[in-house]
Structure formats: structure tokens, C-alpha cells
Ligand binder design. Structure first.
Ligand code: C5P
Length: 240
């Protein structure tokens, strides 16, 4: 497979074309951003950690029957994925109250929710990724009601799998964000990444935060937290 021109550069990844039309080359960057890009830093090793963790999680989900865009890990910071058009909805699943849910509802951070909650946000940096109702999604023609229900069902199934998988490794899956994409043939599949950048992960014994909140809230060392997650998932040690 040959790496070709840069197609897109986002906050955390660069996407390159390849000599195969339906395959793109993803490079994870060492940049950390929060609050819609207002807080920025370069954190050496972060790209490797997110690539390793995402690759492990997508491989696990595949073994449990969840199709995603992930094809293979190429190097410590690179992977090959299927080319998809991202549906502009960020699908958030919550098991425990935290973050914007606690802020919006007043439910204390750490409170176990009666059942998992699924939320849809408009993937739009200019608008600050606002929370959407189903009527909003339909009005903006971001997806049909059938697709929204399908995404919700998939997200809840992925939650069941990941929650158990993390708990076996002494990590609580508090909440996480998924993105889905559509192939040229119209197949919807899980896309983007699943990493400590996109999940809240707490040690199940101490509730220590092992995710991007460490960076957002300046409460520790991000690389150490992400290394913890990688180690618990059985990933390779840093070679630095
Ligand atoms: O901030 P909030 O509580 O809504 O975040 C819920 C979950 O979604 C968190 O795990 C967060 O890391 C993730 N998220 C994300 N990208 C965003 C917004 C939230 O990965 N743009």
C-alpha cells in the first residue's frame, strides 16, 4: 500500500489517500486539544498511545461482531482504514454522570445512571458541537429517524461490550463518544477512534481519572494515564 497526498488534517489526526480508492492512511498526532480547540498542547507519545489503544479496541470489537472502518495498524502511530464519509453526529453514551451531563442536569459527577443514556451532538466546530434532539437532526437533515435509531442501537451494543471489557481490566467506562461513517456503497460502520481522548475511563478501585480529563482539568500526567490504559489492555510498552 502506498501513502499518497494529505486529504484532511484534524485536531488529532492526519488522513492521507492511498493507491487504493477505498482505503485511507491515518496518522495520529501528538497534539492535545480541549474545549473546542481553546486549550492546546503537544504531548510527545500521545499519538502512539491513541493509535495503539484504538487499534486494540477496534480489533476487540471486530472479534465481537462489530464492523468498523479499521483495517490494520501499520506502525506505532499509523493505521489503514476504509474510506467513509463521516455522519456529522457525535454519538455519546453515558453510564455514569460526568462532564457536560452533570453540568446540564445537576446530577453529581460519579453517580451511576439508572440506564445508559445516548445523546447526539452536531459535529460542527463553528457551533461548538451542540446537543441535538431527534427533531433537530431531522430538521437539519443530518440523518433519517431510521438511521438515528440504528446508531443508538449500535452505540448501546458497543457500550455493553466495552463496559464489560474495561471492567475486566479494572477500568470503569464512564462515558464515550463514537462516530459513524458511510462507505461508497452506503454501508454504515463505526469509524474515527475509541481512545482515552474520546472516553472517560476511571480506575475501578480508586476512581483515578485515566483519560483526557487529566489534560482538560490539569490534574496529572496525560501520558502516564494513557500508558496505564494501554498496559491494562495488554498493549506494548513504550520503547522510548
Ligand atoms: O463533555 P461531555 O461530558 O459531553 O463528553 C462526553 C464524552 O464524549 C467524553 O468521554 C468525552 O471525552 C467525549 N467527547 C469527545 N469529543 C467531543 C465531545 C465529547 O470525544 N467533541
Amino acid at each position: 500500500m502506498e501513502k499518497q497526498g494529505l486529504l484532511y488534517e484534524g485536531k488529532a489526526k492526519r488522513i492521507y489517500a492511498t493507491d487504493e480508492a477505498e482505503v485511507v492512511w491515518v496518522e495520529y498526532k501528538d497534539s492535545a486539544t480541549a474545549y473546542n480547540g481553546e486549550k492546546k498542547a503537544t504531548i510527545s507519545g500521545k499519538g502512539r498511545l491513541n493509535n495503539e489503544i484504538t487499534s486494540l479496541l477496534f480489533d476487540y470489537l471486530k472479534s465481537a461482531g462489530v464492523e468498523s472502518h479499521f483495517i490494520e495498524k501499520l506502525s506505532s502511530t499509523e493505521q489503514l482504514v476504509k474510506r467513509v464519509t463521516i455522519i456529522p453526529l457525535e454519538v455519546v453514551v453515558r453510564n455514569i454522570a460526568a462532564g457536560s451531563f452533570s453540568k446540564r442536569t445537576g446530577v453529581d459527577e460519579g453517580e451511576l445512571l439508572k440506564q445508559p443514556i445516548v445523546e447526539f451532538y452536531y459535529k460542527n466546530d463553528d457551533l461548538g458541537d451542540p446537543l441535538l434532539t431527534l427533531d433537530h437532526v431531522l430538521e437539519l437533515e443530518l440523518a433519517t429517524e431510521e438511521t438515528v435509531n440504528d446508531l443508538k442501537e449500535r452505540a448501546l451494543y458497543i457500550n455493553t461490550l466495552l463496559r464489560e471489557y474495561f471492567l475486566e481490566r479494572e477500568v470503569k467506562l464512564v462515558d464515550f463518544k463514537l462516530e459513524f461513517g458511510m462507505t461508497a456503497e452506503g454501508t454504515i460502520m463505526l469509524a474515527d477512534e475509541i481512545s482515552p481522548d474520546t472516553c472517560r475511563l476511571w480506575d475501578s478501585n480508586t476512581n483515578e481519572k485515566l483519560d483526557k480529563d487529566v489534560f482538560r482539568r490539569d490534574i496529572g500526567n496525560l501520558t502516564e494515564a494513557y500508558e496505564q490504559i494501554l498496559a491494562r489492555l495488554g498493549g506494548s510498552e513504550s520503547c522510548i
